[in-house]
Write a protein that binds this ligand. Structure first.
Ligand SMILES: [Zn+2]
Length: 272
């Protein structure tokens, strides 16, 4: 990191971006909820995490596409026991439609750093809505492109997500592979493996799921969630790279939390 980067980090660190818990607007609606966490467990939801949500839930089940991934090694036979949470079950399901999960099973779905790894997010968001009770919630944490190795890539337009939905794009999609190989900034991902091995892992996305298929700003992620049918209840952006959005299915909140979140964002593209 250069001098400018260090100064920027210090500025946002002093402003509490790394340490100040997210406001109660994110967690109060989820107190006592039975939740399904996709792609966890996640430090951000743990007792001491910025959202500290796990101890407030009545229950939490986990859902992963495989027991062993680049991020987690879970025991497929064991209960799901993230830090501070009531014990739930772990579901190993590699299916964008979550057909094995009954309708309206949960009060909320939680996902941290998952949506960028989905080839067809509107398809999966529809599944997350289906397994949630009417009027239930989705809490999403996702990387802001300006704060990650995706900063050179174009922001994915809403039209693209609609086209993926209408085409029934599957999780084996490699549409964005060449763009990723060309524009991913390897100085930002902390991965020092040789370029050939690094590229091979991305070409093997069916087995690694390392690709960020799509690239988001705060506004573009909010637009995607709204397209899926969520009303936004809370929004915030934190340095170095996290967008936090809480939505409620089918809701039309009186107040839109997005403009204030954009004004306070550490990223110039949000404030423009
Ligand atoms: Zn796509």
């Amino acid at each position: 990191m250069g001098v400018v980067g260090k100064l920027r980090e210090t500025r946002w660190r002093l402003a509490g971006h790394y340490s100040r818990p997210l406001p109660a607007a994110f967690t109060a609606p989820l107190e006592g909820a039975r939740a399904l966490e996709v792609g966890g467990p996640s430090a951000v939801f743990s007792r001491d995490g910025l959202l500290g949500l796990y101890p407030k839930l009545a229950g939490v089940d986990g859902l992963q596409w495989a027991a062993t991934t680049a991020w987690h090694t879970l025991d497929a036979q064991a209960p799901y026991t993230p830090d501070g949470a009531p014990t739930g079950v772990l579901r190993i399901v590699d299916d964008a439609d979550l057909a094995a999960v009954p309708d309206a099973s949960y009060d909320a779905v939680l996902s941290s750093h998952v949506i960028e790894h989905l080839a067809n997010p509107l398809r999966t968001l529809a599944a997350w809505r289906r397994v949630t009770k009417p009027g239930g919630y989705l809490l999403t944490v996702a990387p802001h492109m300006a704060g990650t190795f995706d900063h050179r890539r174009p922001v994915t337009p809403l039209e693209h997500f609609r086209a993926d939905r209408d085409a029934g794009t599957g999780e084996d999609d490699l549409t964005h592979l060449e763009e990723t190989l060309a524009l991913h900034d390897r100085t930002r991902d902390g991965d020092t493996s040789p370029l050939e091995a690094w590229s091979a892992e991305r070409r093997d996305n069916a087995n690694t799921r390392l690709l960020h298929h799509h690239v988001f700003t705060t506004a573009s992620l909010a637009a995607l969630l709204r397209e899926a049918g969520l009303g936004l209840l809370a929004a915030q952006v934190r340095y170095p790279h996290d967008i936090y959005l809480l939505g409620q299915w089918g809701a039309e909140p009186a107040e839109d939390p997005l403009p204030a979140a954009l004004r306070a964002s550490p990223f110039a593209v949000d404030r423009a």
